[in-house]
Design a protein around this ligand. Structure first.
Ligand code: SAM
Ligand code: SF4
Length: 510
């Protein structure tokens, strides 16, 4: 009988990708996924340690399993990822029933470790070297890039995939635990990345997001040639079947002109750039050791806007970092007000043991002040996002259809209350619009032609929701926008071809 696997993932896109790869490897070993820990033989948590809150969530989830493990001692409980690398033995101390602790650089070992645990139970700890524990190359080797099989079922959509082009980080921002838990910065060879993208395209994937902590710092030397991100984008643009290329996360100082020109000139590159600013105050940026001033960030932003008009730029901000005054925060508000980011991810500073920030500076901004600043900045960003989204009403965008909207997935159906056919309007004479007949339209039940509320993204990464037949999932369609919220565009599919939808005609109900 198939062994059952439950996996829960916290954190960033890197973690989602890691989980996809772990599941793919375990499927080969005969595991199938289940949706609750209760049904599982192996329960894995792929964890994050960027903020305390993410760790607390995992420790409470583990706490809830204590009783289950006592009743079903055969269940294997494992903690994977960044918190595993950071806390190591501490996890066994806090949750002694955990069987397995595996850092992000050792995930390739998970299938073998599970096999061994089935034979003999003894807690297993597999982590990479601490950054100070050996030579750079020894530490690098202990963080293996894990990029084996792909598992389309673990992705939010089979038409989109993450592809890792780098691991680790060498920037050492003083607040950040990533360089410690994900190890030294290492770029992957371009031919390996291309081979993975080709495989994904063969499987039907249409959009690839390249991942790296500072993705625009990518560089790999092959003979005399240094490959940068701009070169890689050019190479991947030639892969047939892939329609869109995105990349996250960018480091402001490495946003070079050649990269911006590549994004502008390569038709498959999404006009979307996530470039975290973190703060609008030079004093704070310096304490964060971000390596740029707010003037340099502004200059970079104006180069983006000058080179790629209409590009959507998004950012991250930390509020309440050590020593942040009201004046510092006012400068962050000013930067957000003038920069018109598509959206910003805003975080309250969370001190991370093991970082320079935690060692050197006091976490002296009271929680209450952090919360207030967080809310103020969020309110300002939402206002801007709403205004800028409203300005798009009436325009038409190409959208890659990802799947059912959240509402449709929950079974709530359409957002249109009147005439589902409104969702399919025509710009040609080939419309199948029912408006020309006084017969009521009754679509056939549960087939690919039924109108559902679907979701997708524009070239600028704007989430768009519209009614359309299911068979459009995975396709690029034109959507005309009729309304907008701060985060979602509402639209109607513009059909140039009516497609094979079959409608049943029935007499109108009187
Ligand atoms: N590599 C990316 C970068 O350089 O922006 C992102 C790394 S981190 C996973 C994502 C975001 O978490 C950061 O941009 C930062 O805003 C936030 N973050 C990192 N450490 C934090 C901390 N100690 N407290 C609060 N937010 C933090
Ligand atoms: Fe963390 Fe800074 Fe590296 Fe981003 S660039 S992962 S914030 S150390």
């Amino acid at each position: 009988m198939a062994k059952k696997l439950y996996i829960e993932t916290v954190g960033c896109q890197m973690n989602l990708l890691d989980s996809e790869l772990v599941v793919a490897a375990l499927r080969k070993d005969g595991y199938e996924l289940v949706d609750t820990p209760g049904k599982a033989d192996a329960i894995l948590f792929n964890t994050c340690s960027v903020r305390q809150h993410a760790e607390d969530k995992i420790y409470s989830a583990l706490g809830r399993l204590k009783h289950a493990k006592r009743q079903h001692p055969h269940k294997i409980i494992g903690v994977l990822g960044c918190m595993a690398q950071k806390d190591q033995e501490l996890i066994f101390q806090r949750a002694p029933f955990v069987d397995l602790v595996v850092g992000p650089g050792q995930l390739h070992q998970v299938p073998q470790l599970l096999r061994e645990l089935q034979v003999a139970r003894a807690p297993r700890l597999e982590v990479s070297l601490d950054r100070a524990a050996g030579s750079r190359s020894a530490v690098e080797q202990s963080f293996e890039s894990y990029d084996p099989l792909r598992e389309a079922q673990m992705r939010p959509s089979p038409y989109q995939a993450y592809v890792r082009i780098m691991i680790g980080c060498d920037k050492f921002c003083t607040y950040c635990i990533v360089p410690k838990v994900r190890g030294p910065e290492q770029s992957r060879p371009p031919h390996e990345i291309e081979a993975e993208v080709r495989r994904l395209a063969d499987e039907g994937c249409r959009e690839v997001t390249l991942l790296g902590q500072t993705v625009n710092s990518y560089h790999f030397t092959v003979g005399e040639r240094v490959w940068r991100l701009a070169d890689l984008l050019g190479r991947l643009s030639d892969v047939a079947g892939i329609d869109r290329l995105k990349f996250v996360t960018n480091y402001p100082k490495d946003m070079t002109d050649d990269l911006l020109a590549a994004v502008r000139d390569l038709p498959k590159c999404s006009h979307y750039l996530h470039v975290p600013a973190q703060s609008g105050s030079n004093t704070v940026l310096k304490r964060m050791k971000r390596g740029y001033s707010v003037e340099e960030y502004r200059e970079m932003l104006s180069r983006i806007r000058g080179t790629i008009p209409g590009a959507a730029v998004t950012s991250d901000f930390i509020v309440g970092f050590c020593g942040e005054t009201d004046d510092d925060f006012a400068l962050t508000m000013e930067l957000v007000r003038e920069s018109r980011f598509k959206n910003s991810f805003i975080f309250k500073y969370s001190p991370r043991p093991g970082t320079k920030g935690d060692e050197l500076f006091a976490d002296d901004v009271p929680e209450e002040v952090k919360r207030r600043r967080n809310n103020e900045l969020l309110a300002l960003q939402n206002e801007i996002s709403f205004e800028d989204q409203q300005a798009l009403v009436g325009r038409t965008f190409e959208v890659l259809v990802e799947g059912l909207s959240k509402m449709a997935a929950r079974g709530a159906g359409h957002f249109h209350t009147e005439g589902a056919s409104d969702a399919v309007q025509s710009t040609s004479g080939e419309s199948e619009s029912p408006a020309t007949t006084d017969m009521a339209i009754k679509p056939p039940a549960a087939n690919a032609g039924d109108l559902m509320q679907l979701t997708g993204r524009t070239m600028c990464d704007r989430i768009t929701v519209f009614d359309a037949p299911r068979r459009l999932i995975g396709q690029l369609v034109e959507v005309s926008i009729f309304d907008a919220t701060p985060f979602t565009l509402l639209g109607s599919v513009v059909t140039r071809e009516a497609g094979p939808t079959v409608y049943q005609l029935a007499m109108p109900v009187r």
